[in-house]
Design a protein around this ligand. Sequence first.
Ligand code: AMP
Length: 315
Amino acid sequence: MTAVVAPKGACGLPVVATVAGLTRHLADARAQGASVGLVPTMGSLHEGHLSLIARAVAECDVVAVSIFVNPLQFGDADDLAHYPRALDTDLDLAATAGATVAFVPAVEEMYPDGPGDMTTTVSVRDLGDRWEGASRPGHFDGVATVVAKLFAMAGPCRAYFGEKDFQQLAVVSRLARDLSFPVEVVGCPTVREPDGLARSSRNARLSPEERAAAAVLPRALRAGFDAMVEGEYRPAMVESRMVQVVEREPLARLDYAALVRAVDLSPAASLLDGGPFRLLVAARVGPVRLIDNLDPGEDLPAELAAGVPAQERGA
Ligand code: AMP
């Protein structure tokens, strides 16, 4: 329906490489009455990303998937250098999932003066300073800045983000509201492996032993959940149950395990204050830092409900 503004990828999915091209493509679509969905990613697509695309396809007429490894949000040069990239496969997967256009800009297109020379950046105070923000200084400024740029380019749309990165979802929702972007931020459930590990592009960097050890993150969340179900109302005790589980895994090094208020991710003072709450965990396993979270107020996902050893539940 809209003029194709860029060459087609091998898979037949139109690929737009310029900001002007994306803006024009989506504006044309809207002019013809189409609703627009945006799925921002850093590529190396897996089932988690595909679930976001599928949701967007179900709810929007046109679905743009952006694939951009954003240097601004990486504090660790090694993490950026080793971030997995698989553009051809990504385009095939995105097309198969129903995306209608891919936005694949070069770093120079997103940051003409270089990412280090941005003089205007977006910072989400407090919400962006805790947990991941504290462990990875500058990370959420990089995320908020690139997402604000994508929102400005895309125009009115629904934008789909995973609960897997729960703090990121909160930061992005807040920035859309605070800066009046005409964007509805939609959170989508975490897609997990059969042993409960959240799907992540970084999982590919784990050795088989590390991959097995990484399942300690969802096990820790499950232990925290079980403690709450058993009636534990002291956040410190819930957290210590999670800590114990991670510390029993020799290949994992805990960063944080926390019970927080879901609304602003501040530490929960007491479960008697009323929710909603969220369990958070972050740990390094081998060369990668992994994060996960769980809504203790919802039914436990099937993958998490399966087999946690009794001694890890403190039973
Ligand atoms: P990334 O490519 O890691 O920046 O992720 C792009 C989007 O996919 C973000 O909104 C993530 O939260 C989301 N995502 C990543 N992994 C998963 C997962 N396992 N389940 C659901 N969404 C995910």
